[in-house]
Structure formats: structure tokens, C-alpha cells
Design a protein around this ligand. Structure first.
Ligand SMILES: Cc1ncc(COP(=O)(O)O)c(C=O)c1O
Length: 386
């Protein structure tokens, strides 16, 4: 179905995720990174999980809310890695009470270690864990804390390996090499000291997505070099925790021109969407031009210069500054591309009580609505009687 038909059928603003192309993307990554498994970080986009759950080996889940989404969408617990900087005891107890435990739990602090130990003892369940090594921020534990965990664990805690994630949009293979070198040292030291065999490394490489026109990225070369680095440093099973790079390119955001005006500073085009829904990582002051099209218009025709604004009450709600476009009219629909990752969750969607957009999936070329518009006024409104 064409964007034009989708915009007529569902209205705007609208998110469209093409799950057929996400499946192809996973195949592409899996082919190049052949000896590694792919773990999908569901935080990047939870709407597509039901369609892609059979195409990935694991799903990384960082909150009970994400766990509930997985359960509703039929993700097997044997695929789930339960991570997160805060693990709520009551919520985790629910998981331990259930018949089927999750594939892996991560340990992000000594408190989390004690919590998992307590629950494992209470429910007499043996659990597989990955210890998250910190990169210096609030996530994970120090190297010496790993020693502490090993010294104080019992047979119910089975340490399978290490988890490491140091950030997103990592372009530098040098940095990745350094991280792998460091992980190698830590794993060797632990294996030798305790005579154990850490079998797995769940590594978040933070693969980059190039969002803006003019940015150049030779992805295939990058991925091949990445594979070399991994193969140089690890004989263990490497599982790649990836979000952005899997889903970004398969998402579209449709938003309509609702007003056009001019003043001493130029031409202002107001859209019915905005930064409450749309986030481009690395966009600075709206100076960069993302990939986009305008339904029924040739964007190569440069007939006027405009700035594109959303409909929030803040001067920051600007999507693109000084864009050369064909002559615009009210009702024209912009299709912003590469918005499949994080946009829907990172936008400040409650600001100004505007509605959250519908979400449509393209599966086997057919369109399916998977979320209706959400009225945020009710979320921002106090109880009528209090
Ligand atoms: C622990 C962890 N793993 C994986 C990811 C996914 O990162 P990306 O979307 O850059 O692939 C994140 C993102 O925040 C994360 O926090």
C-alpha cells in the first residue's frame, strides 16, 4: 500500500512500521555476522515484536512493563533476557512464581545479586545469569564486584557470562576493539582465578544508523570489520544486543501541513505532528535534513525555503530549518523516514495533551492497525473529584 492510501485511510499523524523489511534486515545482519546470535532490545520498538519474535534468538527486556508486552505478544520466556538497572522485587517475584523462568537474568548491582539470590532460594529455582560489567556509568558492576558475586553465590546462581553495553550510535571500530580487549582481559582473569568457563558474552555494539542526508556510511564494510574484531577476541558465544540498527530503517512517520505563515524571519510550516512523536538521534538545532518525501510532490523541485514546525507550545518544536521544498499547501503530507527505533517511545508525547498517533504495521504487504490513537488529555487530567 502506498503512503498516500495509508494517510487517507488512517489520517495523520501516523507511525508505519514495515515488518517485512525488518525481517529482511535481521536476515542481512545475521548473514554477515554469521557466528553471532541476535538479541533484540525491545525498548527500540515494542510494536513489532510479535512479527519478528521468530526471527531473533533473544529479546532483551529492561522493565516489567516490557516483560508484560512480551507475554501478551507470545514471546517465549526461553527467549527473554531480563535486564534493567532497577529490578522491582514484587515484580520479579511474579516471574519466579511462574512455571517457566526466563532464559537469563542480568545482575547490574550487588543489591540485584542479593535480590535474585533471595528469590532463587525462596522458590528453589536455579537461574542463569549474566553479570553486566559497567562502562563507568550507572549501569552494571565494577570488575571487583564480579569477584564478590562469585564468592557469595550458591548453586542456584549459574553464571553464564558477561553483559556489556556502553552506548548507542557507536561509529568507532577502534572503540569497539578497545571494549573487546577489555572484556577479553576480564573474562580471562575470572576464568583463571575461579577455574570456571564463562560461556557467553552478550554485547551491545550500539550499531549506528545514519539518519541525515549527506552522511555517508559503508555499512557492509563496517559490519565485516566488526566481525573480524569479535572473532579475534572471542571464542565464546557472542550475542549481540541490538535495537536501533534492526528497526530504524523500517519506520515512517506521516504528518500533515496544517498551517503556513510568514514573518520577518521566514516561512513557517506547521505540521500536525512534531517532536512529541519524532526524534532523530543527533539532530542538532534542526539543521540536518532527514530522509523524507512529500506525498504527491517532487521533492527535487526547490521552489521555496521553509522551516518545519510541530504543534507544541515550544520554540524547540522544530523538525527541519531552512528546507528547500516544492511549493507547499495545507494538507500536504510529509513522510519522514528511518524512524522505526525509539521515536515513538522517546518523544515527549504527553506535552500539550495532544493525541498519540495511531500505529500501523505493514506485514506481508498488508496494513494492520496495531494501536489506535490515544487521548493523552485523560492522562494529564486530575480526577474530577478529589
Ligand atoms: C543494555 C542495552 N542493550 C542494548 C541496547 C540497544 O542499543 P541500540 O539501540 O543502540 O542497538 C540498549 C539501548 O539503550 C541498552 O541499554
Amino acid at each position: 500500500m502506498q503512503f498516500k492510501d495509508l494517510s487517507v485511510k488512517y489520517g495523520t499523524p501516523l507511525f508505519v512500521y514495515d515488518t517485512d523489511s525488518i525481517k529482511l534486515r535481521i536476515k542481512y545482519l545475521a548473514n554477515i555476522l554469521e557466528n553471532m546470535d541476535i538479541c533484540y532490545a525491545i525498548k527500540a520498538n515494542s510494536f513489532v515484536i510479535k512479527e519478528i519474535k521468530d526471527d531473533i534468538k533473544r529479546v532483551e527486556v529492561c522493565s516489567y512493563g516490557e516483560y508484560e508486552i512480551c507475554k501478551k505478544m507470545g514471546v517465549d520466556n526461553q527467549k527473554i533476557v531480563l535486564s534493567g538497572v532497577y529490578k522491582n522485587e514484587e515484580e520479579f517475584e511474579q516471574i519466579f512464581k511462574g512455571e517457566e523462568l526466563v532464559l537469563r537474568f542480568t545482575i547490574e548491582s550487588l543489591e540485584q545479586f542479593k535480590l535474585l539470590l533471595r528469590l532463587a532460594l525462596k522458590y528453589k529455582k536455579r537461574i542463569d545469569v549474566l553479570i553486566r560489567l559497567t562502562s563507568g556509568n550507572q549501569f552494571g558492576v565494577r570488575e571487583e564486584d564480579i569477584d564478590d558475586i562469585i564468592a557469595n553465590k550458591n548453586d542456584l546462581i549459574n553464571i553464564k557470562g558477561i553483559e556489556f553495553f556502553s552506548g548507542t550510535q557507536k561509529h568507532s571500530l577502534k572503540r569497539i576493539t578497545k571494549e573487546c580487549e577489555y572484556l577479553r582481559e576480564v573474562i580471562d582473569r575470572i576464568n583463571n582465578k575461579y577455574n570456571i568457563n564463562l560461556e557467553e558474552i552478550e554485547y551491545g555494539p550500539g550499531f549506528p544508523v545514519y539518519y541525515f542526508q549527506g552522511d555517508e556510511f559503508l555499512e557492509e564494510e563496517f559490519l565485516k570489520e566488526f566481525k573480524e574484531i569479535i572473532n579475534t577476541y572471542f571464542k565464546e558465544k557472542v550475542i549481540l544486543e541490538i535495537g536501533r540498527s534492526i528497526v530504524a530503517s523500517s519506520g515512517y512517520y506521516l504528518t500533515k501541513v496544517v498551517d503556513i505563515k510568514e514573518n520577518q524571519n521566514g516561512k513557517f510550516v506547521i505540521l500536525d505532528g512534531g517532536i512529541n512523536h519524532l526524534v532523530y538521534y543527533g539532530q542538532t538545532m534542526a539543521m540536518k535534513i532527514p530522509y523524507y518525501e512529500i506525498i504527491n510532490k517532487d521533492i527535487n523541485k526547490k521552489e521555496e525555503v521553509v522551516s518545519l514546525f510541530g504543534s507544541l507550545c515550544t520554540i524547540n518544536d522544530i523538525l527541519v530549518k531552512q528546507l528547500e521544498v516544492p511549493k507547499l499547501e495545507i494538507g500536504d503530507v510529509f513522510v519522514f523516514k528511518n524512524v522505526g527505533a525509539y521515536s515513538i517511545t522517546e518523544g515527549i508525547s504527553l506535552f500539550l495533551s495532544r493525541k498519540m498517533p495511531k500505529v500501523v504495521l505493514l506485514c506481508n504487504r498488508a496494513d494492520k492497525i496495531v494501536r489506535d490513537e490515544i487521548d493523552t488529555a485523560m492522562i494529564n487530567c486530575p480526577k474530577e473529584e478529589y
